[in-house]
Design a protein around this ligand. Structure first.
Ligand code: NAG
Ligand code: NAG
Ligand code: NAG
Length: 622
């Protein structure tokens, strides 16, 4: 071997060694190190335990923060187990979770390679959804590599964290004795413990503990919302801003109900744990093997809320973490103020809560579905509700569908479109607007610099072809569509160029929010093209009742619309229209799209309908 080749060989070996060098982060105060992995330009640290194993006497008990012995060298190179749940996946939203354990209170951290402890990057923390029956921080649907790589290419690198928390009976068992022991809603107590770990330790990973965004979809968004009302807002929250997708505080879950206690007792009965003495019952339940309890609880939940068992074991008032009904709390100002918010929903967010569309032949069919969400509505309430969503208002939806449907596609009547819209507004839209406007009002009162509340409606989806293929071509931009854009990931299919473009803009706004609390840059002309564009605050502090809403994607494109409650201002002002200095045709197209977006949104009658729906909050259990 010549000297040169020897040198080359040595150099190659060096490069190879550095390519596989594992990133190590040390927490100075207790000399604990975490050894992660590198994948491309992203470093991952997984299975970082933030709380002790929850088996045995810790089952149904609040999380006990976990700190390894001083000087420990922790292996953070592989995913941790999911919290107990059915192992089967739910495509296209959840992958299989073969590995479950009660030693599941862990989190993962991902960051751009080369991040150092001095970088103080904004931190985004993901709470998964899954209706309190499914989900894990390690689900491949939430692989953060594309998100982080795009963020870095936009010169706004961020640190990604995702938390596991207990779900099903493990996270939300309810018994008077658990209430006495402040051991209810332990799944939410897990979330708080996880966030606290992030706040205390993220600086060592290069994160800024004063810039932590909580984000999540569906249950993940609703939990974020509920954390804002936890302890009536008196204890603050260990995060500083929130991005909630289809996850307002009020989704029709009756949190004043003790029905979860019934569920807890029923599951105990199937396991031979029934007892008139609750401490015996609890002891017995704590002794049931993990597999057996998971199986029985999941089976019970599925039978209770077929087919998936969503929202059976739910958060409920415990006179501690959850002192009251969420709407009562926020209507009386009992929430953490000054948290910049983004609230969004999907244009067809109610579609997955309905039965197959052709089954809706009458208003009674609509009622049967709505009753699944809203048990306490009277016949009078239904009459009023249906009158606010009259058949005539949905004739356009029917004719649009007929125009685009293939011959073999099912015929769908007007009642389907009515019920899907009612469910959307009842579960996602109206509570987002209601809480958002309270947050804005109360926060601006305290701080005029408060960055505000921003609203969006997503009207594009990567999932439509899948639903069409499954015989449901009538499903539009459905619940859950946001995450494909946010993670720039679609494991079940291919991302089209158009979706790719929207995803990049979505991520651009998301990371701008992580940096500034606002989803659009302060200097529109500078970086606006790398985001969803101009996106004003949703609510004016004073002035007319109005709301600004960003429509994201869909046939009329992304753009902001201001809606006002007063008829005379219905046409808004022309400044809302984008002025395109270049190509006149493009400019005209934009104006047309802008007008059409506005016309479409006006047809949704958000003020009138949400005023009524929000007045029903007690009957909805919100
Ligand atoms: C919620 O549950 C409580 C207690 O079980 C019950 O009194 C109330 O009527 C329920 N509300 C709704 C909207 O179902
Ligand atoms: C995605 O694209 C690849 C390559 O073009 C193709 O082989 C594959 O079938 C596509 N997958 C789906 C789900 O459409
Ligand atoms: C949303 O998209 C549907 C079709 O995909 C369209 O008919 C509707 O007008 C759009 N709505 C808005 C507000 O852009």
């Amino acid at each position: 071997m010549t000297l040169l080749t020897r040198l080359q060989t040595a150099l190659l070996a060096l490069t190879a060694a550095s390519a596989i060098a594992e990133p190590i982060v040390a927490i100075a105060k207790n000399k604990i190190t975490y050894r992660g992995t590198t994948s491309g330009s992203i470093e991952h640290f997984q299975n970082i335990k933030y709380a002790h194993d929850t088996s045995g006497h810790r089952r149904f008990a609040p999380p006990q923060p976990y700190v390894p012995p001083e000087g420990s060298e922790m292996d953070a190179s592989a995913p941790g187990p999911a919290c107990p749940q059915n192992r089967a996946g739910v495509p296209p939203f959840f992958a299989d979770t073969p590995d479950i354990s009660e030693d599941c209170l862990s989190l993962r951290i991902s960051r751009p390679a080369g991040t150092t402890a001095d970088d103080k990057l904004p931190v985004v923390v993901h709470l998964h959804g899954g209706g309190v029956v499914k989900g894990s921080a390690y689900d491949p649907h939430y692989n953060p590599e594309n998100l982080l790589t795009l963020a870095t290419s936009l010169k706004k690198p961020v640190i990604y964290v995702a938390l596991n928390y207990r779900i099903l009976i493990f996270g939300f068992a309810r018994l008077p004795i658990l209430k006495d022991q402040k051991s209810m809603n332990v799944g939410m107590r897990d979330q708080l413990a996880g966030f606290q770990w992030v706040k205390d330790n993220i600086a060592a990973f290069g994160g800024d503990p004063d810039k932590i965004t909580s984000f999540g979809l569906s249950a993940g968004g609703t939990f974020t919302s509920l954390l804002l009302t936890s302890y009536g807002g008196e204890r603050g929250v260990p995060f500083t801003q929130a991005w909630c997708m289809s996850g307002p505080p009020g989704t029709g879950l009756n949190m004043t109900s003790d029905v979860t206690e019934l569920h807890t007792r029923e599951v105990a009965k199937t396991l031979g744990c029934a007892s008139t003495d609750d401490s015996e019952l609890l002891q017995c339940l704590r002794g049931v093997p993990l597999e057996k309890l998971t199986e029985k609880a999941a089976e019970y939940a599925s039978a209770n809320h077929p087919p998936l068992g969503l929202f059976t074991f739910i958060p409920s008032v415990d006179d501690d973490l959850i002192p009251d009904r969420q709407t009562t709390l926020y209507k009386s100002g009992k929430f953490v103020k000054g948290i910049p918010l983004v609230y969004g929903w999907a244009q067809d967010d109610g579609a997955l809560s309905t039965a197959p569309a052709p089954t809706y032949q009458t208003e009674d069919d609509m009622k049967a579905t709505i009753q699944g969400v809203a048990h306490a509505l009277t016949d009078e309430d239904y009459k009023k509700l249906f009158s606010l969503y009259p058949e005539a208002d949905f004739a356009e939806e029917v004719s649009d569908y007929e125009a685009r449907k293939a011959e073999s596609d099912p015929t769908v009547g007007v009642h389907y479109f009515r019920v899907a819209r009612i469910l959307r507004d009842l579960q996602f839209t109206c509570s987002s607007i209601d809480f958002g406007s309270d947050m804005l009002k109360e926060s601006k009162r305290l701080d005029l610099e408060y960055p505000g509340v921003h609203l969006y409606s997503l009207n594009q989806t990567m999932l439509a072809p899948m639903f069409a293929g499954a015989g449901m071509p009538y499903i539009g931009a459905t619940h859950g569509s946001d995450l494909n854009y946010l993670f720039n990931l679609f494991p079940e299919g291919n991302i089209t160029d158009e979706d790719q473009k929207l995803s990049r803009a979505f991520i651009g706004s998301f990371i701008n929010f992580a940096y500034t609390g606002k989803p659009s840059p302060a200097e529109p002309e500078q970086q606006v093209e790398e985001t969803l564009g101009r996106w004003p605050e949703a609510f004016p502090v004073h002035g007319p009742e109005s709301v600004s809403l960003l429509v994201i994607g869909g046939p009329w494109g992304t753009g902001n619309t201001r809606l006002t409650a007063h008829k005379e201002q219905r046409d808004g002002n022309l400044q809302q229209m984008p002025i395109d200095g270049g190509n006149i045709q493009v400019g005209e197209m934009k104006v047309r799209s802008c007008k059409e977006r506005k016309r479409q949104l006006k047809r949704e009658k958000l003020f009138e309908r949400c005023r009524y729906i929000n007045s029903l909050s007690e009957k909805l259990g919100n």
